[in-house]
Design a protein around this ligand. Structure first.
Ligand code: ATP
Ligand code: MG
Length: 240
């Protein structure tokens, strides 16, 4: 009998309320190992909230998050990091008074499913941060802070990586390097959820996209098909 490829992450009917407002309104999707899924939507549509619920910043008010077929609902972020889930932040906040290397060491101490990463020097080089390894994180450029934030997540060797607008504010050359790095992670089998407004960047990375509006999925498919979808066009461009 053929074995079904089971999803690494299954999100089912996720609800997150802030007061009476539903930031996530029964959101469902799946993500397989080695798959890159884009998450797009207008400002305030619930993209960051989705990442926050999956990574344990918020407990969902309804629905479930299953990771490797086990519930991941309501677990603290550091326990989820140990299970193999980590993320980057829309606004990175490294430990400013620690060096770049020390920031990675702190993250690595939280370990991943196979224990902490020991090759932090290689990780620094891979992120183009080897020349600033001993510099205080407070003294990095914003592009370098983004790479450090990616490094912090990768130091726990995640199976599922969620990135929140990593491309914003990068130069075209930096974008190119980051896209190549993320693509190589996917080729190594990491599942990637990419929240991004820059569609050109997303197009290079994502196998398919989910478009959100007001906490709900309004489209799932290729980015090309999304661009032709009447509802997606209405949400992004407004009524003509
Ligand atoms: N901690 C919070 N308390 C109250 N409301 C919140 C909180 N976090 C998010 N929201 C609200 O939930 C909605 C979704 O926010 P979210 O940050 O998930 O949007 P987003 O899609 O990531 O937007 P952007 O593209 O601007 O980053 C917004 O209306 C936001 O104001
Ligand atoms: Mg956001």
């Amino acid at each position: 009998m053929a074995r079904e490829k089971t999803a690494l992450l299954r999100v089912e009917g996720l609800v997150k309320r802030f007061g009476g407002f539903r930031a996530l309104d029964r959101l469902s999707f799946q993500l397989a190992r080695g798959e890159a899924l884009g998450l797009v939507g207008p400002n305030g549509s619930g993209k960051t909230t989705c990442i926050n619920v999956i990574t344990g910043v918020y407990r969902p008010d309804g629905g479930t998050v299953l990771f490797e077929d086990r519930s991941a609902n309501g677990l603290a972020p550091h326990l989820l990091a140990r299970r193999g889930i980590n993320r980057t932040f829309q606004s990175p906040r490294p430990f400013a008074s620690l060096t770049v290397r020390e920031n990675l060491e702190v993250a690595a101490a939280h370990g991943g499913p196979d224990g902490p990463r020991s090759d932090l020097q290689a990780l620094l080089a891979w992120l183009d941060l080897d020349a600033v390894g001993e510099r205080l994180a407070a003294h990095l450029t914003s592009a370098q802070q983004k790479m450090l934030d990616l490094g912090r997540a990768l130091a726990t060797a995640p199976k599922l990586l969620l990135v929140d607008e990593l491309a914003a504010g990068l130069t075209p050359a930096e974008l190119e390097r980051v896209a190549r790095r993320l693509r190589s992670l996917v080729e190594q089998g990491v599942a990637l959820l990419v929240v991004e407004h820059l569609l050109g960047f997303l197009d290079r990375l994502a196998d398919r996209v989910i478009v959100m509006n007001a906490g709900r999925e309004i489209f799932q498919g290729t980015l090309k098909a999304a661009a032709r979808d009447p509802l997606v066009r209405e949400v992004f461009l407004g009524r003509a």
